[in-house]
Design a protein around this ligand. Structure first.
Ligand code: GUE
Length: 308
Protein backbone atom coordinates (compact mmCIF):
# COMPACT_ATOMS: atom_id res chain seq x y z
CA UNK A 1 0.00 0.00 0.00
CA UNK A 2 1.17 3.51 -0.68
CA UNK A 3 -0.30 6.13 1.59
CA UNK A 4 -2.46 9.02 0.45
CA UNK A 5 -0.46 12.20 1.01
CA UNK A 6 -2.02 14.69 3.40
CA UNK A 7 -0.87 17.71 1.42
CA UNK A 8 -0.44 20.57 3.85
CA UNK A 9 0.63 23.05 1.20
CA UNK A 10 -2.47 22.58 -0.95
CA UNK A 11 -4.77 22.49 2.10
CA UNK A 12 -3.21 25.61 3.59
CA UNK A 13 -3.73 27.36 0.24
CA UNK A 14 -7.42 26.42 0.39
CA UNK A 15 -7.72 27.72 3.97
CA UNK A 16 -6.00 30.98 3.00
CA UNK A 17 -8.35 31.34 0.03
CA UNK A 18 -11.31 31.03 2.37
CA UNK A 19 -9.95 33.80 4.57
CA UNK A 20 -9.79 36.26 1.67
CA UNK A 21 -13.49 37.19 1.80
CA UNK A 22 -13.37 37.73 5.56
CA UNK A 23 -10.30 39.93 5.26
CA UNK A 24 -12.00 41.96 2.52
CA UNK A 25 -15.11 42.39 4.70
CA UNK A 26 -12.98 43.69 7.57
CA UNK A 27 -11.14 46.08 5.30
CA UNK A 28 -14.47 47.39 4.00
CA UNK A 29 -15.20 48.37 7.61
CA UNK A 30 -11.85 50.13 7.82
CA UNK A 31 -10.16 47.39 9.83
CA UNK A 32 -6.95 45.74 8.69
CA UNK A 33 -6.03 42.59 10.59
CA UNK A 34 -2.44 42.82 11.80
CA UNK A 35 -0.18 40.02 13.02
CA UNK A 36 2.66 40.88 15.36
CA UNK A 37 5.62 38.59 15.95
CA UNK A 38 8.10 38.83 18.77
CA UNK A 39 11.33 37.00 18.06
CA UNK A 40 14.13 36.93 20.60
CA UNK A 41 17.62 35.81 19.60
CA UNK A 42 19.01 34.46 16.36
CA UNK A 43 18.06 30.80 16.21
CA UNK A 44 18.03 30.10 12.44
CA UNK A 45 14.93 27.87 12.65
CA UNK A 46 12.93 30.50 14.52
CA UNK A 47 14.09 33.22 12.10
CA UNK A 48 12.98 31.16 9.15
CA UNK A 49 9.53 30.41 10.67
CA UNK A 50 8.94 34.06 11.54
CA UNK A 51 9.97 35.13 8.04
CA UNK A 52 7.45 32.60 6.67
CA UNK A 53 4.68 34.07 8.80
CA UNK A 54 5.34 37.56 7.45
CA UNK A 55 5.31 36.25 3.86
CA UNK A 56 1.95 34.58 4.54
CA UNK A 57 0.52 37.84 5.84
CA UNK A 58 1.64 39.71 2.75
CA UNK A 59 0.07 37.02 0.58
CA UNK A 60 -3.40 37.31 2.15
CA UNK A 61 -3.39 41.06 2.81
CA UNK A 62 -2.81 41.06 6.55
CA UNK A 63 -0.47 43.69 7.97
CA UNK A 64 2.49 42.33 9.85
CA UNK A 65 4.45 43.98 12.59
CA UNK A 66 7.80 42.45 13.39
CA UNK A 67 9.63 42.97 16.67
CA UNK A 68 13.08 41.40 16.97
CA UNK A 69 15.15 41.47 20.14
CA UNK A 70 18.78 40.35 20.42
CA UNK A 71 19.75 37.12 22.18
CA UNK A 72 21.04 39.26 25.03
CA UNK A 73 17.56 40.64 25.80
CA UNK A 74 16.53 40.44 29.45
CA UNK A 75 13.19 39.26 30.81
CA UNK A 76 12.32 42.94 31.37
CA UNK A 77 13.07 43.73 27.69
CA UNK A 78 10.82 40.88 26.57
CA UNK A 79 8.02 41.95 28.90
CA UNK A 80 8.25 45.55 27.72
CA UNK A 81 7.97 44.40 24.09
CA UNK A 82 4.90 42.32 24.97
CA UNK A 83 3.24 45.29 26.68
CA UNK A 84 3.86 47.40 23.57
CA UNK A 85 2.25 44.77 21.35
CA UNK A 86 -0.74 44.63 23.73
CA UNK A 87 -1.12 48.41 23.38
CA UNK A 88 -0.52 48.70 19.61
CA UNK A 89 -3.89 49.11 17.85
CA UNK A 90 -2.40 47.93 14.53
CA UNK A 91 -1.72 44.53 16.11
CA UNK A 92 -4.97 42.55 16.25
CA UNK A 93 -3.13 39.37 17.18
CA UNK A 94 0.45 38.35 17.85
CA UNK A 95 2.76 35.55 18.83
CA UNK A 96 5.83 35.25 20.98
CA UNK A 97 8.03 32.88 18.98
CA UNK A 98 9.05 29.91 21.13
CA UNK A 99 11.39 28.71 22.44
CA UNK A 100 12.77 31.85 24.05
CA UNK A 101 16.55 31.79 24.60
CA UNK A 102 17.73 29.98 27.73
CA UNK A 103 17.30 31.94 30.94
CA UNK A 104 14.09 33.69 29.86
CA UNK A 105 10.79 32.73 31.47
CA UNK A 106 8.38 31.60 28.75
CA UNK A 107 5.46 31.07 31.06
CA UNK A 108 5.71 34.58 32.47
CA UNK A 109 5.89 35.94 28.91
CA UNK A 110 2.83 34.00 27.73
CA UNK A 111 0.86 35.11 30.79
CA UNK A 112 1.47 38.78 29.89
CA UNK A 113 -0.10 38.49 26.43
CA UNK A 114 -3.51 40.16 26.19
CA UNK A 115 -5.76 37.07 25.82
CA UNK A 116 -7.76 38.95 23.19
CA UNK A 117 -4.65 39.22 21.01
CA UNK A 118 -3.31 35.73 21.66
CA UNK A 119 -2.93 34.42 18.11
CA UNK A 120 -1.31 31.19 19.33
CA UNK A 121 -3.94 30.32 21.94
CA UNK A 122 -1.18 29.77 24.49
CA UNK A 123 -2.25 32.28 27.17
CA UNK A 124 -3.29 30.34 30.30
CA UNK A 125 -6.83 31.72 30.07
CA UNK A 126 -7.22 30.50 26.52
CA UNK A 127 -5.67 27.12 27.32
CA UNK A 128 -8.09 26.95 30.27
CA UNK A 129 -11.01 27.58 27.95
CA UNK A 130 -9.75 24.74 25.76
CA UNK A 131 -9.65 22.46 28.82
CA UNK A 132 -13.20 23.55 29.67
CA UNK A 133 -14.33 22.69 26.14
CA UNK A 134 -15.92 26.09 25.61
CA UNK A 135 -17.22 26.55 22.08
CA UNK A 136 -19.07 29.22 20.11
CA UNK A 137 -18.66 32.90 20.92
CA UNK A 138 -16.72 32.18 24.08
CA UNK A 139 -14.33 29.78 22.41
CA UNK A 140 -10.66 30.58 22.75
CA UNK A 141 -8.27 30.71 19.82
CA UNK A 142 -6.87 27.22 19.33
CA UNK A 143 -3.13 26.57 19.37
CA UNK A 144 -2.14 26.67 15.70
CA UNK A 145 -0.43 23.29 15.25
CA UNK A 146 -3.18 21.19 16.91
CA UNK A 147 -5.82 23.16 14.98
CA UNK A 148 -3.88 22.60 11.75
CA UNK A 149 -3.57 18.87 12.39
CA UNK A 150 -7.31 18.43 12.98
CA UNK A 151 -8.19 20.64 9.99
CA UNK A 152 -5.88 18.61 7.73
CA UNK A 153 -7.35 15.28 8.89
CA UNK A 154 -10.92 16.53 8.54
CA UNK A 155 -10.40 17.92 5.05
CA UNK A 156 -9.16 14.49 3.95
CA UNK A 157 -12.14 12.82 5.68
CA UNK A 158 -9.88 10.76 7.94
CA UNK A 159 -12.28 9.35 10.57
CA UNK A 160 -11.61 10.63 14.09
CA UNK A 161 -14.80 9.89 16.05
CA UNK A 162 -14.23 6.88 18.31
CA UNK A 163 -10.82 6.31 16.72
CA UNK A 164 -7.64 5.76 18.65
CA UNK A 165 -5.07 8.53 18.26
CA UNK A 166 -1.61 8.10 19.70
CA UNK A 167 0.18 11.41 20.15
CA UNK A 168 3.93 11.17 20.61
CA UNK A 169 5.15 14.20 22.57
CA UNK A 170 3.53 16.20 25.37
CA UNK A 171 4.83 19.70 24.61
CA UNK A 172 2.89 22.91 25.14
CA UNK A 173 2.52 23.82 21.47
CA UNK A 174 1.55 20.42 20.03
CA UNK A 175 1.00 17.25 22.06
CA UNK A 176 -0.66 18.50 25.22
CA UNK A 177 -3.28 20.79 23.57
CA UNK A 178 -3.82 18.30 20.72
CA UNK A 179 -5.01 15.71 23.24
CA UNK A 180 -7.52 18.23 24.57
CA UNK A 181 -8.76 19.18 21.11
CA UNK A 182 -9.17 15.61 19.83
CA UNK A 183 -11.18 14.54 22.86
CA UNK A 184 -13.64 17.43 22.47
CA UNK A 185 -17.29 16.67 21.85
CA UNK A 186 -17.81 16.58 18.10
CA UNK A 187 -14.30 15.27 17.39
CA UNK A 188 -14.52 12.41 19.89
CA UNK A 189 -11.22 10.59 19.47
CA UNK A 190 -9.72 8.43 22.18
CA UNK A 191 -6.23 9.76 22.82
CA UNK A 192 -3.09 8.19 24.23
CA UNK A 193 -0.61 10.95 25.02
CA UNK A 194 2.88 9.43 25.05
CA UNK A 195 6.29 10.90 25.85
CA UNK A 196 9.92 10.04 26.54
CA UNK A 197 9.08 8.02 29.67
CA UNK A 198 6.32 5.97 28.07
CA UNK A 199 7.04 2.25 28.45
CA UNK A 200 6.87 0.20 25.21
CA UNK A 201 5.89 3.20 23.13
CA UNK A 202 5.78 1.06 19.99
CA UNK A 203 2.80 -0.85 21.43
CA UNK A 204 0.92 2.43 21.95
CA UNK A 205 1.69 3.38 18.35
CA UNK A 206 0.76 -0.03 16.94
CA UNK A 207 -2.85 0.17 18.07
CA UNK A 208 -3.39 3.70 16.77
CA UNK A 209 -5.65 4.60 13.86
CA UNK A 210 -3.91 7.97 13.79
CA UNK A 211 -0.33 8.64 14.90
CA UNK A 212 0.90 12.18 15.48
CA UNK A 213 4.67 12.43 15.95
CA UNK A 214 5.86 15.63 17.63
CA UNK A 215 9.05 14.72 19.43
CA UNK A 216 11.93 16.18 17.45
CA UNK A 217 13.83 12.90 17.12
CA UNK A 218 14.75 12.24 13.46
CA UNK A 219 13.00 9.17 11.98
CA UNK A 220 11.83 8.01 15.41
CA UNK A 221 8.64 6.32 14.14
CA UNK A 222 9.48 3.03 12.39
CA UNK A 223 7.34 1.33 9.74
CA UNK A 224 7.01 -1.88 11.79
CA UNK A 225 5.33 0.13 14.58
CA UNK A 226 2.51 1.38 12.36
CA UNK A 227 -0.83 -0.39 11.91
CA UNK A 228 -1.38 -0.88 8.15
CA UNK A 229 -3.73 1.81 6.87
CA UNK A 230 -3.24 4.16 9.82
CA UNK A 231 -2.87 7.92 9.29
CA UNK A 232 0.60 9.13 10.28
CA UNK A 233 1.37 12.82 10.72
CA UNK A 234 4.97 13.92 10.91
CA UNK A 235 5.11 17.11 12.97
CA UNK A 236 8.48 17.22 14.71
CA UNK A 237 11.36 18.64 12.79
CA UNK A 238 15.08 18.61 13.34
CA UNK A 239 17.10 21.20 11.57
CA UNK A 240 20.74 20.68 10.81
CA UNK A 241 22.54 23.73 9.43
CA UNK A 242 25.35 23.17 6.99
CA UNK A 243 28.01 25.65 8.10
CA UNK A 244 29.56 25.83 4.61
CA UNK A 245 26.52 26.23 2.39
CA UNK A 246 24.37 27.94 5.04
CA UNK A 247 21.55 25.64 3.96
CA UNK A 248 19.47 23.72 6.48
CA UNK A 249 18.53 20.07 6.18
CA UNK A 250 15.15 19.31 7.70
CA UNK A 251 14.42 15.82 9.02
CA UNK A 252 11.04 14.76 10.36
CA UNK A 253 10.14 12.40 13.21
CA UNK A 254 8.87 9.68 10.88
CA UNK A 255 10.96 7.19 8.92
CA UNK A 256 9.97 7.75 5.25
CA UNK A 257 9.37 3.98 4.86
CA UNK A 258 6.24 4.47 6.99
CA UNK A 259 4.54 5.83 3.84
CA UNK A 260 4.50 2.24 2.50
CA UNK A 261 2.48 0.96 5.49
CA UNK A 262 0.27 3.93 6.36
CA UNK A 263 -3.06 4.76 4.73
CA UNK A 264 -2.44 8.51 5.00
CA UNK A 265 0.83 10.26 5.50
CA UNK A 266 1.63 13.92 6.09
CA UNK A 267 5.16 14.64 4.91
CA UNK A 268 7.57 16.98 6.62
CA UNK A 269 8.20 19.53 5.22
CA UNK A 270 4.97 20.07 3.29
CA UNK A 271 2.49 18.75 5.83
CA UNK A 272 1.52 20.20 9.18
CA UNK A 273 3.96 23.18 9.04
CA UNK A 274 2.03 25.11 6.36
CA UNK A 275 -1.25 24.25 8.15
CA UNK A 276 0.13 25.73 11.38
CA UNK A 277 0.79 28.96 9.56
CA UNK A 278 -2.65 28.99 7.94
CA UNK A 279 -4.32 28.51 11.35
CA UNK A 280 -2.31 31.42 12.71
CA UNK A 281 -3.74 33.64 9.98
CA UNK A 282 -7.22 32.33 10.79
CA UNK A 283 -6.74 33.21 14.46
CA UNK A 284 -5.63 36.74 13.57
CA UNK A 285 -8.63 37.26 11.29
CA UNK A 286 -10.96 35.91 13.98
CA UNK A 287 -9.43 38.20 16.61
CA UNK A 288 -9.91 41.18 14.30
CA UNK A 289 -13.54 40.18 13.66
CA UNK A 290 -14.25 39.92 17.36
CA UNK A 291 -12.60 43.27 18.00
CA UNK A 292 -14.66 44.76 15.17
CA UNK A 293 -17.97 43.40 16.39
CA UNK A 294 -16.97 44.40 19.89
CA UNK A 295 -18.48 41.34 21.47
CA UNK A 296 -16.55 42.26 24.61
CA UNK A 297 -16.83 39.55 27.26
CA UNK A 298 -18.51 37.27 24.76
CA UNK A 299 -15.36 36.82 22.72
CA UNK A 300 -11.72 36.43 23.62
CA UNK A 301 -11.86 40.07 24.49
CA UNK A 302 -11.56 41.19 28.04
CA UNK A 303 -12.43 44.73 27.05
CA UNK A 304 -14.20 46.50 24.25
CA UNK A 305 -12.30 49.19 22.40
CA UNK A 306 -14.76 51.90 21.33
CA UNK A 307 -12.25 53.39 18.94
CA UNK A 308 -12.56 50.43 16.58
N1 GUE B 1 4.81 30.80 19.59
C1 GUE B 1 5.08 29.86 18.69
N2 GUE B 1 4.11 29.45 17.86
C2 GUE B 1 4.37 28.51 16.91
O1 GUE B 1 3.47 28.13 16.13
C3 GUE B 1 5.70 27.98 16.81
C4 GUE B 1 6.64 28.44 17.71
N3 GUE B 1 6.32 29.36 18.63
N4 GUE B 1 7.89 27.95 17.66
C5 GUE B 1 8.33 26.99 16.72
C6 GUE B 1 7.20 26.17 16.17
C7 GUE B 1 7.50 25.56 14.83
N5 GUE B 1 6.52 26.13 13.92
C8 GUE B 1 6.49 25.91 12.57
C9 GUE B 1 5.63 26.57 11.73
C10 GUE B 1 5.65 26.37 10.37
C11 GUE B 1 6.56 25.52 9.80
C12 GUE B 1 6.59 25.35 8.33
O2 GUE B 1 5.85 25.98 7.62
N6 GUE B 1 7.45 24.49 7.79
C13 GUE B 1 7.58 24.26 6.37
C14 GUE B 1 9.04 24.30 6.00
C15 GUE B 1 9.71 25.55 6.51
C16 GUE B 1 11.21 25.62 6.24
O3 GUE B 1 11.63 25.27 5.15
O4 GUE B 1 11.92 26.08 7.17
C17 GUE B 1 6.99 22.91 6.05
O5 GUE B 1 6.77 22.12 6.98
O6 GUE B 1 6.72 22.64 4.88
C18 GUE B 1 7.42 24.84 10.61
C19 GUE B 1 7.38 25.03 11.98
C20 GUE B 1 5.74 26.97 14.61
N7 GUE B 1 6.05 27.03 15.89
Amino acid sequence: MVAITLDGIATATAVKGELAGRIAALKAKGITPGLGTLLVGDDPGSRSYVAGKHRDCAEVGIESIRVDLPATATQADVEEAIKKLNADPAVTGYIVQLPLPKGLDEHAALELIDPAKDADGLHPMNLGRLVMGIEGELASPLPCTPAGIVELLQRYDVPLSGKHVTVVGRGLTVGRPLGLLLTRKGIDSTVTLTHSRTVNIEDEIRRADVVVAAVGVPHFIKPEWVKPGAAVLDVGITRVENAETGKAKLTGDVDPAVAEVAGYFSPNPGGVGPMTRAMLLANVVKAAELAASCTAQAGWLSKCDDSL
